[in-house]
Ligand binder design. Structure first.
Ligand code: MEV
Length: 422
């Protein structure tokens, strides 16, 4: 490939785009076939979701079992490429069940839309004037989405602040919007753009950015669960998990991985249910840093009986109306499996899965270590990457586990040896 400029490429039909890319990059027929398969997503839908579509990329969809959340049972769809995650969540949910499962609450589906005003001659006065016109600004915002308003949502409040920035002071107005069953980016951005000229006039400045904030700290979910000490491996393991949490609380290097483990669960359910997982990640990590220090999204402590108590608090901006949750047939089917009827219910399940996932990782790390279970499950991936197909995948994987050599080179040797004998 010598030139990535491709004038007219965007106008080609999807199959022609793929042919063109295959020619330029030397894709084999099998590689073209792999890309052309859009899985559960019809190719015409895929072609309209993003730009320059050449195909699809499917991922395994697993179902985490045993979840009991706010007294109700759930089968939780999870889409991801990493072994151990679905098994870990299911095992954690099984242990949590013994003490009633997960309890989750939420602060409602409230998002923030920011309108940045620059070149403001009197920022403090502008801030006061903006707040003085709150009713007019909210009215204008709500005119943009009568449907949302009729369902009880819409712009509910307005904040204004003056920021000292590297380019000088600026005024920022913030719309506080109840987005109902939508993730809300479209509704909030439309409202922010609609009220910007009014705010510009009030502040005697220039409106620049008009956009949702992904630090969704008014859309929090709080999950908690008790894990019975004997069911999780004894009091030593309980102490181990508490110490693992203390490590994350004290050290951002560990904390990043601690929170990554939580997001393994949250994002996997998010992908399965057609959510904007970039927004979820942005919300999670910015919330974790809100105090100025990067902190764990969970806390772990021992109760009076020696059992482990876990709590999670994080933003969870998810929706059931709009986006891939509606347009992707497989995501729609996953939401049906889950049985979530509202965005809040989906958010609460995702919080429980995040807590379960963190428990699973910390329990393993504080006892037998993560690699034993993980590598056993990973051995099948290694076998496939070494060329094993069909029944040979499990045979090669089993041999590597028995030999405690779960490595690509050994898998290759085994594939060659066992293929000959067949
Ligand atoms: C791996 O995907 C996730 C873990 O690293 C999380 C953790 O260390 O807490 C196991």
């Amino acid at each position: 490939m010598t030139d990535s400029q491709m004038p007219g490429f965007h106008k080609l039909p999807m199959s022609e785009k793929l042919k063109e890319i295959a020619k330029m990059t030397g894709l084999t027929e099998d590689e073209v076939k792999a890309l052309a398969n859009t899985g559960g997503l019809p190719s015409d839908v895929a072609d309209r979701m993003i730009e320059n579509v050449v195909g699809g990329l499917t991922m395994p969809l697993g179902i985490a079992t045993n979840f009991r959340i706010n007294g109700k049972d759930y089968l939780v769809p999870m889409a991801l490429e990493e072994p151990s995650v679905v098994a870990g969540a299911s095992k954690a949910a099984k242990i949590a069940r013994e003490k009633g499962g997960f309890t989750v609450t939420n602060t409602g589906p409230v998002m923030i839309g920011q309108i940045q005003i620059v070149n403001v001659p009197q920022p403090e006065k502008a801030k006061a004037d903006i707040l003085g016109r709150k009713a007019d600004i909210l009215k204008k915002a709500n005119e943009q989405d009568p449907m949302l308003v009729s369902l009880g949502g819409g712009a509910k409040d307005l904040n204004a602040k003056v920021l000292a920035t590297i380019t000088g002071p600026m005024v920022v107005a913030e719309l506080i919007v109840n987005t109902g069953d939508a993730m809300g980016a479209n509704a909030v951005n439309t409202m922010a753009e609609a009220v910007a000229p009014m705010i510009e006039e009030i502040a005697h400045g220039d409106a620049l950015l008009k956009i949702i904030s992904n630090l969704a700290d008014r859309r929090l979910v709080r999950a908690s669960a008790v894990f019975e000490k004997d069911a999780m491996g004894g009091e030593g393991v309980v102490d181990g998990v508490v110490n693992a949490y203390a490590f994350a609380d004290a050290d951002p290097y560990r904390c990043a991985t601690h929170n990554k483990g939580i997001m393994n669960g949250v994002v996997a359910v998010g992908i399965a249910c057609g959510q904007d997982i970039r927004a979820l990640e942005a919300g999670a990590h910015s919330y974790a840093s809100k105090t100025g220090r990067y902190k764990p999204l969970t806390t772990w402590e021992k109760d009076a009986e020696g059992n482990l108590v876990g709590k999670l608090e994080m933003p969870m901006a998810v929706g059931l109306v709009g986006g891939a949750a509606r347009t992707h047939p497989a995501a729609r089917a996953a939401i049906k499996i889950l049985g979530a009827k509202t965005a809040i219910e989906l958010a609460e399940v995702m919080a429980a899965v995040g807590l379960a996932q963190n428990f699973a990782a910390l329990r393993a790390l504080a006892s037998e270590g993560i690699q034993k279970g993980h590598m056993k499950l990973h051995s099948r991936n290694v076998a496939v990457s070494a060329g094993a197909t069909g029944e040979l995948i499990d045979v090669v994987a089993k041999r590597m586990v028995e030999e405690k050599k779960i490595r690509f080179d050994r898998a290759k040797e085994l594939v060659e040896e066992l293929s000959k004998n067949r």
